[in-house]
Design a protein around this ligand. Structure first.
Ligand code: NAD
Ligand code: ZN
Length: 244
């Protein structure tokens, strides 16, 4: 387990970067796969930084439904494997996921690049608070008393993601002898290829299917299949390389 600062001062490093595919087998829809979330919801209505206020009822309903759904599912073997790597190696975990399944599997210090479903934020003062899996009520207000409103503490499209600076720092800190594991991301929102391109290290990719946004040729190992099966293979690759 390590914070970014602790992690960057120790060698060798394991950097785990995850996306919606990691939680797919737990029963949380991905965004872009067939039958994914965007097949059923309009992105411009429920996750758009410019327009979310105009669609407040739908936005509230959408995120409340996501929280109900999250409460009903469990971490899977791949989440647990990431937690095990945190115990075994000098590991930093970055995720695009807003769910808490990595934490429920035992991961700590996870950097949530797109925020957390279980948190709300005051639009006026920026205060963040945990609401767990409960509903975001229509009259929910921040303690500061502002009437400007509250919102989920997640990054909508067209908004800056302040956690990205930590992601850039982490990838810049990778050097030879380190290992990058990427699980369950299409590369459409965050261009992972560009992050790892110059890193001289072991690069492992796991997705269910190939993505047109990812060049598989730049990875040392590409494992196509379910994360819960592939994580066992990834574990062996890491062990052989990092010499556990
Ligand atoms: P994406 O939906 O664009 O891509 C999902 C990727 O996961 C695909 O490459 C697919 O091949 C792979 N995949 C699907 N099932 C898999 C499985 N069982 N095992 C391994 N891989 C599997 O997701 P993304 O790249 O993370 O980006 C989309 C955005 O979606 C992110 O901004 C994220 O915040 C958001 N999102 C989060 C959640 C969540 O919190 N669980 C769910 C949906 C979307
Ligand atoms: Zn406030």
């Amino acid at each position: 387990m390590a914070t970014l600062s602790e992690w960057s001062h120790e060698n060798p490093k394991l950097l785990v970067f995850t996306g919606a595919g990691l939680s797919a087998e737990s029963g949380i829809s991905t965004f872009r796969d067939a039958d994914g979330l965007w097949e059923k919801h309009d992105i411009d209505v429920v996750a758009n930084g410019y327009t979310w206020r105009d669609n407040l009822d739908l936005v509230r309903q959408f995120y409340n439904d996501r929280r109900v759904g999250l409460a009903a599912v469990e971490a899977n073997l791949a989440h647990q494997m990431v937690a095990q790597w945190q115990q075994q190696y000098n590991t930093l975990v970055l995720t695009q996921n807003i769910d808490d399944l990595l934490e429920r599997a035992g991961c700590r210090d996870v950097i949530h690049l797109h925020g957390k479903l279980s948190e709300m934020r005051c639009v006026a003062c920026g205060l963040i608070w945990d609401i767990g899996y409960r509903a975001w009520e229509e009259n929910e207000r921040c303690d500061c008393g502002s009437r400007r409103g509250v919102r989920p503490n997640v990054v909508f499209f067209n908004e800056d993601a302040d956690q990205y600076q930590h992601m850039y720092t982490a990838f810049e800190n990778i050097s030879s002898g380190d290992c990058i594991v990427i699980i369950g991301t299409s590369g459409q929102v965050i261009a992972v290829d560009q992050l790892i391109n110059s890193s001289d290290c072991l690069k492992i990719l796991n997705n269910l299917n190939s993505s047109k946004f990812i060049s598989e040729a730049i990875y040392d190992h590409v494992l196509l299949g379910n994360a819960t099966e592939m994580c066992i293979k990834i574990d062996k690759l890491i062990e052989a390389y990092m010499g556990a």
